[in-house]
Unconditional design. Structure first.
Length: 323
C-alpha cells in the first residue's frame, strides 16, 4: 500500500463518489469524497494518504498522527465516525490483501450496523489478526415518507403544540424564511460571510465554540463549495427585515438529505428560531420528494425530530505479523 498525494486523491474523487453512490450499505452522504476531503484539509492535513481501488470498490485511509499510534491507518474523517473508509462490496478484500502484504493496525469507523463487519474480517484474516469492537456511532434519521403531514402526525401532541407556538412567535417578530440553493460560486461566496456573522452571534459563537472558529470554519469552507458545485447544497435563511438572523444548511444525495449546521442570533432564542427553520426545511424536502433527513450525531434534541437511531460499527484491527 503506497501513499498518494492530496492532489492525486482529488483526481480520484469522481471515481470515489461513483463507487459510494453504488454502495447501498455506506452512509449516502458522509462516505462520499466531499465530507472526508474537507475534514482532512481542515483538521489533519499533514497525514499521509492511501488509496486502493478495484473496478467496484475502493479504500481511502490516512496514517494517524495521534499520540502512541505509530503506523495506525485511520479514516480521513476520524472524529465523528460517520464516513466509512471502505466503499463497495469488495473493499474489505482489498484492505486485507494490502495488510497481509504489510501488516499494520487499522481503525475502521462508520461500518454499517446491519452487516457483520467484524465477523467478515475475522473470516478474511483467518486468525492472523486481533480485533476490538469499539463504541458504535449513532445518528438520528427522520422519515419523510408520506410528506410533512405524515411526519407531523408521528410527533407527540406537545411537540406539535410547541412547534405551532414557535411559528406564531416568529410571525409576530417579523421573521421570514427563505429557501436557497446557490447555483453559482459567487452566490455562495456572497452568502458565506453572512453565515459566519450569524454564527458569531449564536450562543456557540459567543462562547468561542462556533463554526466561525477554526478548524470548523475551514471544514465548512471546504465542504460547502463542493456541495454548491454539485448542486447538492440546500439552505434555509431566517431574516428579520433585511438582516440575516439564522441559517440551516445541508446536502442532498438522491432522496436523502444530510443536515449539517444550524445557528441563529442568540437574542432570538425565546422565539424558537431553530425549530421553525427545521420545520421549513422539512417542508421543502418533503415537497422535493426527499425520503430521509439525517439530523446527525447523538443528542436528545435530534432524537425528538427523528424516527430512527442508526448505528454504525467501529472496529480496531491489529494484524499479526507472520513469523
Amino acid at each position: 500500500m503506497d501513499p498518494i498525494t492530496r492532489q492525486e486523491l482529488e483526481r480520484f474523487a469522481p471515481e470515489w463518489d461513483k463507487r459510494a453512490a453504488a454502495d447501498e450499505a455506506a452512509d449516502p452522504f458522509c462516505s462520499r469524497s466531499a465530507w472526508s476531503l474537507a475534514f482532512h484539509d481542515a483538521f489533519e492535513s499533514g497525514r499521509s494518504l492511501y488509496w486502493l481501488r478495484s473496478e467496484t470498490s475502493c479504500v481511502v485511509l490516512a496514517e494517524s498522527r495521534r499520540p502512541n499510534s505509530r503506523g495506525l491507518l485511520e479514516p480521513l474523517e476520524n472524529m465523528w465516525g460517520f464516513a466509512s473508509p471502505l466503499i463497495g462490496s469488495g473493499a474489505d478484500v482489498l484492505l486485507v490483501e494490502a495488510l497481509n502484504h504489510r501488516p499494520r493496525p487499522v481503525l475502521l469507523l462508520g461500518a454499517p450496523s446491519h452487516g457483520d463487519a467484524l465477523g467478515r474480517f475475522m473470516e478474511l484474516f483467518q486468525g492472523k489478526a486481533a480485533f476490538k469492537r469499539l463504541e458504535p456511532t449513532t445518528r438520528y434519521v427522520a422519515s419523510l415518507e408520506g410528506g410533512l403531514d405524515a411526519w407531523l402526525a408521528r410527533r407527540s401532541v406537545s411537540f406539535r403544540r410547541n412547534l405551532r407556538s414557535a411559528v406564531r412567535r416568529g410571525e409576530r417578530a417579523g421573521l421570514t424564511f427563505r429557501r436557497f440553493a446557490p447555483t453559482s460560486s459567487s452566490d455562495f461566496e456572497w452568502l458565506y460571510q453572512g453565515l459566519m456573522d450569524v454564527e458569531s452571534r449564536s450562543w456557540k459563537g459567543r462562547a468561542g465554540e462556533g463554526a466561525d472558529q477554526e478548524p470548523m470554519r475551514s471544514f465548512y469552507a471546504g465542504l460547502l463549495p463542493r456541495l454548491q458545485a454539485s448542486g447538492a447544497l440546500r439552505m434555509i435563511l431566517a431574516e428579520q427585515g433585511s438582516q440575516l438572523v439564522g441559517y440551516l444548511h445541508g446536502g442532498v444525495v438522491g432522496s436523502h438529505f444530510r443536515g449539517l449546521q444550524f445557528s441563529f442570533d442568540e437574542t432570538l432564542r425565546s422565539i424558537g428560531v431553530g425549530h421553525i427553520m427545521q420545520l421549513e426545511m422539512l417542508d421543502w424536502l418533503a415537497e422535493s420528494g426527499i425520503q430521509t433527513y439525517d439530523l446527525g450525531g447523538q443528542s436528545s434534541y435530534k432524537a425528538r425530530w427523528a424516527e430512527e437511531a442508526r448505528l454504525s460499527q467501529n472496529i480496531l484491527i491489529v494484524p499479526q505479523p507472520t513469523v
